[in-house]
Structure formats: C-alpha cells, structure tokens
Write a protein that binds this ligand. Structure first.
Ligand code: ADP
Ligand code: MG
Length: 697
C-alpha cells in the first residue's frame, strides 16, 4: 500500500518540484512573479520551461497544452507534442520559455459575443504562474488566461484574477487603517460539489441524458427521497470504490479532496475539498468535475453534474464557501480576540452585507443557466431571491450596534466598537439554516445558489468585485475621518440600517418569505435566466465592474450575449430532443402496447363473448387520448421552436423560450409521464426514474 503523502501532488509542478529543479536565482524570481505579480524575464521563462519539460517527460508526458477556461463553461486544451526534428533524422524534445508564456490557439469556434471577428480568430493564451502546471494523461497542462488580440478577456480566469486584485487593493487600504500588517489579501474558496451516479448501461438508453444531461421525461417513482434514508447513509461498495479511485486521482493532482458523503436524493453524493486561493480553487473544481466523469466511466457509471437531472428529485448545487485572508494567515471573516480585531471583523462583515444587497442581481446573474432555473426555488435549493443568514447571535450584535442598546448575550455588554470585546459566538449555532442562499457559517460565507455544473469563477468574480466596491467606499471615508473610531462606528451603524433588509434568518423555502422579500423589503426576485441576465448591463453594474477594471463595457456586453445565447441553445436542444424521443420512442411504444391490448381483448372475446375486457378497453382509451394529446403537443412544440428564429435578438428569444417554449415542453412531458405509469414496463422504451436512481447496487 502506498501512502497518500507519498503520491499527493505527484502530477503537479508544485513548489517542492520547483525548489528542487530550479536554480535558486530562477526559483526566487519565479516566486516573486507568483507572489507579487512581478514580470518574468525571458531567461527565467526559458529555465522554467526547460525544467518543466524535463519533469513532465520523466513522468510520461509527450505533449503540452495551454489549459484554459473559455466562456463555454468547460475547460479547453489543444495538445502540442514536445517533438522537434533533429538534423540526424531523429527527434528532440523541445519546449521554450516563449511557448510556456504564450500560446496562440486557433480559437475561432469559442464564443466571444462579438469580441473577435472570425477573420481574426486568433486569441492568445497567457500563462498564469499562480496556478501550478500539472500532468493529465500524457500531457503537461499549463493553466492560462485566454484573451483576444485587443486584450479583451475571452475566458473566466482573466476577470477572476482581476477581481481578486481589486479586492486585494481595497482590503489592504482598510487593513492599513487598522494597522494590521499584510502584504496581500486573497480570497479563499472551498466549493462543495454535488453529483449523481447512475449505471452506464441505463444512461445509454436515455437520449435525453445523452443530449441534454437531464431527463426530459419520467414519472415519479413509488419511492423517492421521502424517507431521508440516503442522506449521510452508508456508502454502497460500488460507490465507495468509485470515491476511492476519484480521491486518488485528485490527490495526485494536488487537489485537497477531503469530505465525501451521500446526499439527500438516492444516487446523489457530495465531495468537498479543503479550501484554497480562489483561482486555484476554480482550476481545481474544473478538474474535479472532469475527473469525476472520467473515473465514473471506469466503474460502469455515469456522473451527472446537471443541476436538475430528475424533476421532483433533489437537484445538485455547489456551495461556494468564501472568505478573505491575509498573507500572514489572518481570516478577515473570523471574529477576533481583541476589541480592535472585532471592529475590523465587523467592518469586513458589513462590507459583504452591503455588497450582497447592492449587487443582488450580479450574484443571481453569476449562477444563471437554463439548468439552474429548474433548481432555484424548487423547494430544496435556495430561492431565486438573495438574502443573508447571519444567525441569531451575530444578528443580535448588529441590532445592538444599530440601536445603541446593550447586547443581551451571555453577558450584558454595550456595543461600542473598538472598545468592547465581541461576545464569542458559538460556531455551531451559525450553521443551521440550510435554506439561505448566502449564509455566514462562523468564519466564512457560504453562497449556495451555484448549480453543480457552474464554473465557480463567475460567482467569485461578482462577489470579489462587489466586496471590493464596499471596501473602497469605506476606505475613502475612513481615510478622511478625523476621529477613526467614531467614523468607524457610524459607518457600521449606517451599513446595518441601510442594508438590514437583505438579512433574513427564517425559512427561505417559505412562500411567505418570497412575498415579504419582494413586496415589503423590495428585494429582487429574478426567477429565470432571461429575467436576470439583461441586468448585467444596468448602469450601476457596468459602472462598478468597469471602475474596478474587472470587465470592460465591451466585455460585459459580450458576456450578456453569450450567456443568453447559451440559455437559448440549451433549451432549444432540449426541445428538439424531447420531440425526437416522443415521436420516435414514446408514441410508437404506446401504439405497440395499445395494439397488444386490442389483440388480447379480441382474442378473449373469441374465446367467449362474455369475458370482461374493461382493463384493455379503458387503458386503450386512456392511452389513445394521451397519444393524441402528445401528438398535437409536439406539433405546437415544434412550431414554437421554429418561431424562435423570428426573434429580433437573443434577449427576445430568451423571453419567448421562457414564456412559450418551456410551458409547451412541460405539457408534452406531463402527458408522456401519465402514459408511462399505465403502460406495461416491457413496452416502455427506456429506463424509468426508479431504475435510474436506485440502479447502482
Ligand atoms: P459544512 O458546510 O458541510 O459544515 P465546513 O463548513 O467544515 O462543512 O466546510 C465546508 C467547506 O468550507 C470546505 O470546503 C472547507 O474547506 C471550506 N472552508 C472552511 N473555511 C474556509 C475559509 N476560511 N474560506 C473558504 N472556505 C472555507
Ligand atoms: Mg457547508
């Protein structure tokens, strides 16, 4: 048995490898680039490239790739061999600093939302030295950012790095005011990843899963998740074998896979890593999703990452645990030991509260996809309305500050910031509310609206930028203040007063809450992707994001376009898949079964005219009725798809999908699901929900 510590990170060109393989001069200069963003000169780049190549070849690599995250949401790679012809007819293995630093993929087929005309298709990729290179299969993967020649970001990593820089800059200003020493502030993320595992042989029989990643048909099985017997339940041997191999693969890549358990729905599981710096966490999460699927296929399983693969069954999300920390290891969202630390903590806490309230729409936009629309508000995920859960204790502290009243904690204390010590909160007491979209959990916030297949980059770009904005406003005021403590106290008070509407500690699944949130508190309820996305171009959002140099206005326009386009394409593919399955599989199955029933009834009558045939007659009538309904429903569905080409722009197309196409799809589905439950099992053309979710034994 090899020990985990022996092979952890063995496929990563990490600090250990760099130290042992680079000269100290090269190592120090690379380290400066990684830690402080210093420019890398070409001799250093060449030395790093050479060491990387030697290490990769020793570990079996023959190719290298610039690994990037285009706006498709998945990662992209184009492999180039290290080989170069040698004069003697043989080959040499070659990799230069130039090739390490910059790549020029012919990337004309990636979505750019008009940023890059196809005739000048060549965007370029640029090495991100803050994320380690790694080996996947036989390829050395170099994490990169992807830009157009005009410098516009064509990926998710570039704005993420920019947003981290924006937050760093503003947070350092605040820390300086408090006299807290730090060279930099980084955001950290630990994403909890949910997924489903189903048998591959059943998956192969469902075109809906193959084409769309989710089921478009399926009646509710007699047993679903109502017994709550799966959550944290004993892990089945086959799933355990999968998890074991998955962990090993992730550990080899230096991914800190830590926690695994069964989730609420049958066949649903979760994997959580130990948190790390946001851009690395993002790279790691993309890799994790890829490897989850790869390892599943080795076990005869398919890993579904869709946010709502089964209607009526728990969907899959991703919880983005987020915090800010200094290079010295101080978590800025951790209540401190001294009055000063507490005041600093409260200021950062308030910055988040203000950010989430001011930019509710951006957070909602960051998780908006066709798949996640089925989940948000569907009674198990958080609603589409954003609110913050703080827990009773912290809430009481804020109320005491707002009203200048004593805090009734374990000891009565008047809350004067910078003077009194905050009462110790019980960490456990803060983590009970699972219905909140944005919950404070002791020393971090947990943003729970992300869909399981979302790249976490988008949510963190918005979160980092919005918090940077709050911090900038605070820093501007505090730097000018004559009396720092009074100004601080007043500002925290003002934040609580102005933004307490976003704080909600009750049940987020309750319909009453949605009413209160929207009618009394004026919070936004952006239910669907077409409702949400256009707000990306609202003036306040464009102003904030361009001010912090996270996006240019052109980039925002392109992202708005691409996200809506993606929504439209996704649902159109679903509608076409639905039409094909219903016409070519479901209707013929119904016909076959009714023909069988008719023949049976006829045979029975031939034996004796008095034999009752109520069952056959009734089911034939019902199924024939449903078949007609499905048939005409499909006709309307196909028309609705064709009509989409009349839309003036992608925004209008999105509304047509939301208002016309999706309701039509739902009608067809309801009729098909009704037919399923009265059709004999052996006539039904594909595995049912019961087969799929209880299929792994
Ligand atoms: P649960 O939410 O299931 O109770 P935990 O709260 O222990 O579990 O952790 C959930 C995730 O939050 C883990 O990925 C963990 O690494 C991450 N996490 C813990 N502390 C931080 C932090 N300071 N910043 C970001 N993520 C964190
Ligand atoms: Mg959690």
């Amino acid at each position: 048995m090899t020990k985990v510590s022996d092979y952890f990170g063995c496929l990563v060109f990490d600090d250990r490898i760099m130290k042992s393989r680079l000269s100290s001069k090269v190592y120090n200069s690379l380290k400066k680039t990684i830690d402080e963003g210093a420019q890398l000169d070409s001799s250093v780049a060449n030395a790093v490239a050479d060491a990387m190549k030697e290490w990769a070849i020793e570990n079996g690599a023959t190719h290298y790739t610039h690994w990037f995250q285009p706006l498709t949401g998945v990662t992209a790679e184009k492999h180039d061999g290290f080989i170069t012809p040698a004069p003697d007819g043989g080959v040499m293995m070659d990799f230069s600093g130039k090739e390490l630093i910059k790549g020029e993929p012919d990337a004309s087929s990636f979505p750019s939302g008009g940023l890059r005309a196809t005739f000048e298709a060549r965007g370029y990729t640029a090495w991100d030295p803050t994320s380690y290179a790694f080996i996947k299969g036989k390829t050395l993967c170099i994490p990169t950012a992807f830009c157009s020649y005009g410098g516009e970001a064509l990926d998710k990593k570039t704005p993420l790095l920019r947003s981290m820089e924006a937050l760093n800059k503003q947070a350092l200003r605040i820390l300086e005011l408090f006299g807290t020493e730090a060279k930099c502030v980084r955001t950290s993320v630990g994403p909890e990843q949910e997924y489903f595992l189903i048998p591959k042989e059943l998956y192969d029989k469902r075109k809906d899963l193959i084409y769309t990643g989710r089921t478009l048909f399926g009646a509710k099985p007699p047993k679903g998740q109502e017994m709550d017997d799966h959550y944290f339940g004993v892990i089945k041997p086959r799933v355990e074998a999968y998890m074991t191999e998955l962990n090993e693969e992730l550990w080899k890549l230096g991914i800190l896979a830590k926690t695994q358990h069964n989730e609420v729905a049958p066949a649903q599981h979760e994997l959580a890593p130990i948190y790390t710096t946001t851009n690395i966490a993002t790279d790691h999460n993309q890799l994790t999703m890829e490897i989850m699927q790869k390892v599943a296929s080795r076990h005869g399983l398919v890993c579904l990452l869709h946010e709502k693969p089964f209607a009526g069954v728990n969907g899959s999300g991703k919880h983005n645990n987020w915090s800010m920390a200094t290079d010295t290891g101080v978590n800025l969202l951790s209540p401190g030991e001294t009055p000063y630390e507490n005041a600093q903590f409260l200021l950062f806490l308030c910055a988040v509260i203000k950010a989430v309230d001011d930019y509710q729409d951006l957070l909602r936009i960051s998780v908006a996809t066709a798949g996640n629309d089925h989940r948000l508000g569907a009674n198990e995920a958080p609603p589409a309305v954003i609110s913050i859960f703080l827990g009773d204790e912290l809430n009481a502290v804020l109320e005491a500050i707002e009203n200048d009243t004593p805090y009734n904690g374990t000891e009565k204390t008047q809350m004067k910031l910078g003077v009194d010590v905050l009462p110790k909160f019980n960490r456990d007491a803060t983590d009970r509310n699972r219905t909140s979209p944005f919950a404070f959990t002791g020393n971090k916030f947990e943003f729970r609206m992300l869909g399981s297949s979302n790249s976490i980059a988008c949510a963190n770009i918005m979160l980092n930028s919005a918090v940077a904005e709050s911090l900038e406003i605070y820093a501007d005021r505090l730097e000018k203040a004559v009396d720092f403590e009074t100004a601080l106290h007043e500002m925290i008070k003002k934040t609580i007063k102005d933004h307490k509407r976003i704080i909600f500690n009750g049940n987020g699944y309750d319909d009453e809450w949605i009413k209160e949130a929207t009618e009394k508190r004026g919070l936004m309820n952006l239910r669907t992707t077409p409702d949400a996305i256009p707000h990306l171009l609202d003036k306040k959002n464009v102003d904030m994001l361009t001010h912090h140099k996270v996006f240019s206005e052109t980039e925002l326009k392109s992202r708005c376009e691409i996200t809506l386009e993606n929504y439209c394409k996704t649902v159109t593919i679903e509608a076409n898949t639905m039409s094909e399955i219903a016409r070519r599989e479901i209707l013929p199955a119904i016909e076959e079964y009714t023909a069988f029933l008719a023949k049976t009834a006829k045979n029975k009558k031939a034996v004796d005219d008095s034999v009752p045939c109520t069952y056959e007659t009734d089911v034939i009538k019902k199924l024939s009725g449903l078949a007609s309904q499905i048939y005409s429903g499909l006709d309307e569905l196909d028309k609705a798809v064709i009509k989409l080409s009349d839309a003036a722009d992608v925004e209008e197309e999105g509304y047509m999908i939301r208002d016309e196409l999706l309701p039509k799809m739902n009608e067809v589905r309801v009729a098909c699901d009704e037919a399923e439950v009265i059709t004999a099992e052996k006539f039904w053309p594909f595995p049912t929900y019961g087969d799929l979710i209880f299929g792994v034994r």
